[in-house]
Design a protein around this ligand. Structure first.
Ligand SMILES: C[S@@+](CC[C@H](N)C(=O)[O-])C[C@H]1O[C@@H](n2cnc3c(N)ncnc32)[C@H](O)[C@@H]1O
Length: 343
């Protein structure tokens, strides 16, 4: 199934008109034209788009312009006197939220090393959820997976990338999901690729019980970074779904450094959160990781939008696929990436 990226993809009718685009030589996105270097042209149409402003797609901007033209505002609304209160109120709210993020971050760094979790944090995070909470999460996941196609889940967004990588390199033997929690997605991948050795790692105590219905998956409970560094876990393909946003910036670098030593491919799909300003940054162009607090979520720990591409490249990976976009079945932007150490 194909999902079109808003403002990033081209329509199928355009693909028919543009044979070079169809064959993957040329990528057209709005409003830019660039030479494509993706290996995965069949996954919608995607791009290493460094110019894209994801705050609003060009489609949304066109619709807004058409609406403005169709319903022109009375001339007096353009006077500063009438129009100023709303922007001013919004700005106050933005800066309060931004300050909240910075305060939380500063507090976090007071007791946490920059490139990993401290032993106390590992202990805390491992026991953050009771067994009842984990089991409730699993049951909710089960009913949500029963209601919708796996492709319309964040976990399922990995599948086209995994299939493409398996097609490129059918000799890949193992896959590790980092931050797997309830590993139903791994279980489905195992059905497609029965020869693939599957494993998952997560901090949660009780992880093996949570996944006991999947005996084919080797479950590791612990802090993935240090387990990777010690060589206790690893695989040809390592994946992250909604997990790498939990890592601090230098911790993200440490993951890629550890992964570059032993895995052939890294595949990830992570949230690109909206910032207090309302903007959604493009992960491919930010100079350093941007901290954020999930809007409307009870999770008030600071998460990050990383420049995954730059971090992977620093560690020696070659990025094969990189796309930040909003699938049409969700209202959040996601970043997907495939990177390899295979030359
Ligand atoms: C938002 S959940 C996503 C779980 C799963 N990937 C999914 O999509 O359903 C993030 C998971 O990553 C785990 N996690 C975060 N940092 C981790 C680390 N450094 N090592 C192992 N697990 C980690 C958390 O415990 C949590 O279960």
């Amino acid at each position: 199934m194909k999902y079109k990226a808003q403002g990033v993809s081209i329509g199928e009718d355009q693909q028919r008109q543009w044979p070079l685009v169809r064959r993957g030589y040329l990528k057209i996105g709005s409003p830019h034209i660039w030479m494509g270097r993706n290996i995965l042209p069949e996954i919608a149409s995607f791009s290493v788009d460094t110019k894209l402003d994801m705050t609003k797609s060009s489609y949304e901007k066109r619709v807004e312009r058409a609406q403005r033209l169709a319903n022109p505002k009375p001339w007096w609304t353009k006077l500063p006197f009438f129009s100023s209160p709303t922007p001013r109120l919004a700005a106050v709210d933005d800066s309060a939220r931004q300050k909240e993020i910075e305060t939380r971050l500063a507090k976090w760094y007071e007791h946490s090393p920059p490139d990993r979790l401290s032993p106390a944090e590992i202990e805390d995070f491992s026991n953050a959820w009771s067994w009842e909470e984990l089991a409730k999460h699993r049951d909710e996941r089960k009913s949500s997976y029963a209601e919708r196609p796996i492709e319309t889940t964040f976990q399922g967004m990995l599948f086209p990338m995994i299939r493409k990588v398996m097609q490129l390199d059918p000799n890949l033997k193992s896959m590790l999901a980092i931050g797997c929690r309830y590993a139903y997605d791994l279980h489905l991948i195992g059905k497609e690729y029965p020869a693939l050795h599957l494993s998952g790692v997560d901090l949660h105590v009780g992880l093996d019980r949570l996944n006991e219905e999947f005996p084919e998956i080797t479950i590791h409970q612990g802090y993935a970074l240090e387990m990777l560094e010690r060589g206790e876990i690893g695989a040809d393909i390592c994946t992250f779904v909604s997990t790498a946003t939990c890592f601090k910036p230098r911790e993200m670098d440490a993951y890629f450094t550890a992964l570059a030593k032993q895995s052939k491919y890294v595949i990830l799909n992570e949230l690109v959160d909206q910032l207090p300003s309302g903007r959604v940054p493009n992960p491919g162009t930010i100079e350093d990781s941007v901290p954020s607090l999930y809007k409307g979520s009870s999770d008030q720990t600071v998460h990050f939008i990383h420049n995954y591409k730059a971090s992977a490249e620093r560690a020696g990976f070659k990025v094969l696929h990189h796309r930040a976009y909003k699938p049409d079945w969700t209202d959040v932007y996601r970043l997907e990436m495939v990177a390899t150490t295979v030359r």
